[in-house]
Design a protein around this ligand. Structure first.
Ligand code: HEM
Length: 189
């Protein structure tokens, strides 16, 4: 039921996007650069990083993405449907070792930032296929199933909600569509 709801949201976005694209008129003047999804998440405006010393700035788009990612990691940590895949990470955190958490937060934030159009960051982590194959990423405890992916997507929506971003936010729906498009790379069984 959850999957149908999520997928129907995704297909609705794609349908609206296609409709809007077909309705757009071409202009004879040079068009302004099209705002990216990253722009609608806050873009490159520099704001105070709430987790760093006063005066430390961060792009508003990156801050929102990082906040949602970090909240989502905490939601996943408490989600018995899928937290068994994260035993390496959770064991480290249980021993007050945040190195793996910080690296995962950075990699996921870079991944989503770049995927939504950020120009000032690069993703240096594993490919989606290698990140989710225990043979190439020993931090991944067992391959993910379609149900795991459904739970992950639901947890992402919950994580976004913890930052005041709900499914009435078009940008979140667009991120959800990107995430769903990666299902076949993540689910390898
Ligand atoms: C489209 C959805 C997903 C995206 C975009 C995504 C993205 C990522 C990224 C960027 C990494 C870090 C790779 C690296 O450090 O090189 C990662 C690691 C990982 N992912 Fe995913 N992931 C997704 C879905 C899932 C699902 C459904 C599961 C299992 C329920 C999962 C479990 C893991 C685990 C266990 C790790 C290793 C965490 C660690 O570093 O300890 N992911 N993922």
């Amino acid at each position: 039921m959850k999957k149908i709801t999520f997928l129907s949201i995704v297909f609705s976005i794609l349908a609206v996007g296609t409709f809007m694209a077909s309705c757009s008129k071409s202009s004879s003047s040079t068009p302004a650069p099209k705002p990216t999804l990253y722009d609608s998440l806050g873009g490159t405006a520099m704001v105070q990083d709430p987790t760093a010393a006063s005066g430390t700035k961060i792009e508003a788009g990156r801050l929102l993405i990082r906040s949602i990612i970090d909240s989502t990691i905490f939601v996943i940590a408490g989600d018995s449907r899928i937290n068994g895949h994260f035993t390496v990470l959770l064991t480290e955190v249980g021993m007050n070792n945040l190195t793996g958490f910080e690296e995962l937060s950075k990699n996921l934030t870079d991944f989503v930032a770049v995927g939504t159009g950020a120009k000032d960051y690069t993703y240096g982590g594993l490919s989606m296929a290698n990140a989710h194959n225990p043979a190439t990423n020993p931090r991944m405890n067992g391959k993910a199933t379609n149900s795991d992916m459904d739970a992950f997507e639901a947890d992402l929506v919950t994580g976004a909600g913890k930052n005041g971003v709900t499914t009435s936010n078009q940008a979140l729906l667009s991120v959800a569509a990107i995430v769903e498009s990666l299902r076949s790379a993540v689910v390898q069984m």
